[in-house]
Design a protein around this ligand. Structure first.
Ligand SMILES: [Zn+2]
Length: 62
């Protein structure tokens, strides 16, 4: 596994599944859409666990 954090993220799994289904019916524009969505989504959680910890540590501080 090269991206273990993806396995525990249901959003990633849903996006991957959608992209695979789009590819299965050769819907290229849909595949591209999912590719963008996946890239955008993953940019928000390069490391899910660390992101959670960072959010906790920062807490309500402004
Ligand atoms: Zn994800």
């Amino acid at each position: 596994m090269t991206t273990p954090d993806t396995q525990s993220c249901t959003a990633c799994q849903d996006l991957e599944r959608g992209r695979e289904q789009a590819a299965a019916v050769r819907d290229r524009s849909k595949v591209t859409d999912f590719h963008v969505l996946i890239a955008r989504h993953r940019a928000r959680h390069p490391a899910a666990d660390e992101a959670v910890n960072v959010m906790r540590e920062q807490g309500p501080r402004t």
